[in-house]
Design a protein. Structure first.
Length: 443
């Protein structure tokens, strides 16, 4: 199972091997540090060499291979150079904290390690310069099969594919995680709102950012069967939404030798030599050389969104959602919401309701109510009722009239909401006739 936003540049198995080798290297390092207490000093050199060997393997298996051969070669030499730097640092550090010096068989290799680090660094620079250039944000493989019965949720919003479809990950060049995907099928959304469930449809292709769609790696034949085009054709066809590139470039960054600090909409990161700390909505990731520690439980304060055809979009977070699709729009946050279908719509909160159409606006609040139509305007404040029409205006203080108008407006506002929720035009006939009857009753 692959999850967009979590897949790394290396395969899952390579990443696990790198973590295992790194863990073994650290364990051997701890053993070496207490070798005196364990009375195994005769094995000091072997333990330390084995420790460095496991660290080297951890770096090698962290090579990123999904961005093409040139980038893979560049990543390999970069990791080798980084590994030699870490080993040189450990040799100096261990010699500094230990009462006895690091074994001469190890410390005597410092010159060779420096030469190897410089050579690997130069090869990294050359391979990086010669490898094909890619944008900071690009679409690539592997193709991911998203099943129709697979859905993801964010707050009170649930997304799923209308049918089995293919998605391609969107990757940031400086990150080992995907940031979104291009889905070559229609997406449906379900919103849990204070007035009930609202559904929406987003026409393909759909571009997502931060939406953790899950699926399985699709083979070439499966891609052609479902999407009707080959993987290469889909990659060439896919276009990264310009808003993503702007999002990727946003933020603050400071780059100094061995020190890199960055803050952008997708997370905050600090790198000091072999130590890297990154905080994202998924949690924290701490890397010390080849070792990596994941801390789950991050809080998502960032917005995730998707864009479909015909200027449709969806922005969502744990607090609420905002969407536009097929002539409809929705805004929901907590116990408040606004829904528009065509030219009709309503706003609802625990303290007020507003409904509107090309022919009217109706406001129902705790203290004030108003109705505006082409024929007249009616305002109710406490027991005071004011009616304005082309023939003139009239005001009166009548508790009974104010009470009856409140009842009519409240009932009609609820009916208007149901009409909009069903996607139907608001019916004004009952409201206008009921209002006129109440006014005639107290005339």
């Amino acid at each position: 199972m692959i999850e967009i936003g979590r897949r790394r540049g290396t395969s899952v198995y390579s990443h696990r091997l790198a973590s295992a080798f790194g863990t073994m290297g650290v364990l051997l390092l701890l053993v070496w540090l207490i070798w005196g207490a364990l009375t195994i000093s005769q094995f000091s050199t072997g333990i330390l060499v084995s420790c460095f060997a496991f660290i080297f393997l951890a770096f090698v298996f962290s090579t990123r291979t999904r961005s093409g051969l040139g980038r893979a070669v560049s990543s390999f030499f970069g990791n080798v150079a980084g590994c030699f730097f870490v080993i040189l640092f450990l040799i100096w550090f261990l010699g500094w904290i230990q009462a006895k010096a690091v074994p001469s068989a190890v410390s005597g290799q410092v010159t060779n390690l420096v030469i190897a680090m410089i050579a690997a660094g130069l090869l990294y620079a050359a391979a990086h310069a010669l490898s094909p250039r890619r944008g900071r944000v690009h679409v690539g493989g592997p193709a991911i099969l998203i099943r129709a019965n697979s859905d993801v949720s964010s707050g009170k919003t649930t997304l799923s594919a209308k049918a089995d479809t293919i998605a391609l990950p969107i990757t940031r060049s400086r990150s080992d995680r995907t940031m979104g995907c291009v889905v070559f099928g229609d997406i449906k959304a379900s919103f849990d709102t204070p007035m009930g469930t609202v559904t929406a449809s987003f026409t393909k292709p759909v571009t997502t950012v931060g939406v953790p769609f899950r699926g399985f790696k699709a083979g070439k034949n499966e891609v052609t069967k479902i999407a009707g085009e080959s993987l290469d054709q889909l990659i060439q066809k896919a276009q990264v939404d310009s808003a993503i590139s702007k999002l990727d470039g946003a933020g603050i960054g400071v780059d100094l030798p061995f020190i890199h600090v960055r803050e952008d909409p997708f997370g905050d990161s600090v790198e000091v030599g072999p130590i890297s700390v990154r905080e994202t909505s998924d949690g924290g990731v701490v890397k010390i050389g080849p070792l990596e520690f994941n801390m789950d439980g991050g809080t998502d304060h960032r917005t995730t969104w998707l864009r479909g055809a015909q200027d449709s979009y969806l922005m969502m977070s744990d607090e609420g959602a905002s969407a536009k699709w097929n002539g409809s729009s929705l805004w929901v946050k907590g116990d408040s919401m606004k829904l528009t279908t065509g030219a009709d719509g309503f706003f609802y909160s625990p303290t007020e309701i507003r409904t509107f159409s090309p022919l009217h606006t109706l406001h129902v609040g705790n203290q004030k109510m108003s109705l505006n139509t082409r024929k007249f305007t009616l305002n109710v404040t406490a027991d005071r009722v004011v009616v304005r029409a082309e023939s003139g205006s009239k005001s009166t203080d009548s508790p009974g009239l104010a009470r009856d108008l409140r009842n009519v407006f409240t009932d009609e506002a609820k009916k208007h909401i149901q009409d909009v929720m069903k996607g139907m035009p608001i019916d004004l006939d009952d409201m206008l006739s009921s209002t006129e009857e109440v006014l005639k009753k107290y005339d």
